[in-house]
Design a protein around this ligand. Structure first.
Ligand SMILES: [Zn+2]
Length: 267
């Protein structure tokens, strides 16, 4: 009897699980999940995309760039398959930054920003084989109120800048930041805009970046599990106050991290 009840409970849990496990939100900054055959080769711009098997069905899981419009063209076995995107308008956000250099960087800042871009791009465009099993059951890296949503069209001191490519969680300086899912630390540094940051490769082009940290407790090459300590909340880089900025990138497209959060996490 006990065993039977347990198996019923497990069954209903896995049914719930499955729904949450397949993110499908075909908008700019969203994630498309497409059922494919086990033999299909699936690429986007000639690069492999994340594929995984859930309940016996293989899916291709694709990040939609924030600037994408109309359709995203996948290639399945060499044939073009446009995925139609739904329109979605993100809100505007206006921010005043006192340090004008962080809004209009000087020449030597631009050199630094260029060097940092060259460090980050290979990470975002990388494709390592092993996907962490908890890739779509992520936990929040720290707790606190959401202070800035994903995708906001941003204006710094009245000037249009890139859209907000992650989510912000307000938390006091020094609060723990943990790994949202398993993976390998592939880059750490102190960057002009992002401040002290940690990049985690979760596998198959799925990358997390934690920014504005006061302290980094991991180093490149560290293999980490979900919940492992990465460092602490801070306000380094272009930040108005202590908070965690968390970016999730899939096939080099910044996507809404909330789409990959485990069901019990506050949305
Ligand atoms: Zn942010």
């Amino acid at each position: 009897m006990m065993i039977k009840q347990l198996s019923v409970a497990l069954l209903s849990l896995s049914a719930l699980h499955t729904l949450a496990e397949i993110p499908n939100n075909p908008i700019a900054g969203g994630i498309i999940s497409l059922p494919v055959k086990s033999t299909n080769a699936v690429t986007l711009n000639d690069k492999p995309v994340l594929t995984t098997v859930i309940d016996g069905q293989r899916y291709a899981v694709i990040g939609v760039p924030l600037r994408a419009e109309g359709a995203l063209t996948l290639e399945i076995d060499g044939k073009e398959q446009p995925q139609i995107l739904e329109d979605f308008a993100y809100e505007e956000q206006h921010i005043e930054i006192k340090n004008k250099r962080k809004v209009n960087p000087q020449k030597n800042d631009m050199d630094r920003i260029g060097r940092e871009y060259n460090q980050m791009t290979p990470v975002y465009t990388s494709f390592s084989a092993d996907l962490t099993p908890d890739w779509n059951q992520m936990i929040l890296p720290t707790t606190g109120p959401y202070s800035s949503a994903f995708g906001l069209k941003r204006f710094f001191n009245g000037q249009a800048r890139n859209p907000h490519s992650g989510i912000d969680i307000a938390a006091p300086e020094g609060k723990d930041i943990v790994a949202p899912a398993g993976g390998t630390v592939v880059l750490t540094g102190d960057f002009f805009f992002n401040g002290k940051s940690v990049f985690i490769d979760h596998g198959q082009g799925l990358i997390s970046m934690m920014c504005h940290m006061s302290r980094v407790d991991v180093k490149e090459g560290d293999v980490i599990k979900q919940g492992d300590l990465l460092g602490a909340v801070g306000k380094t880089g272009r930040a108005t106050g202590p908070h965690l900025h968390w970016t999730v990138s899939l096939n080099n497209a910044r996507v809404n991290p909330k789409l990959l959060l485990r069901e019990d996490q506050p949305k």
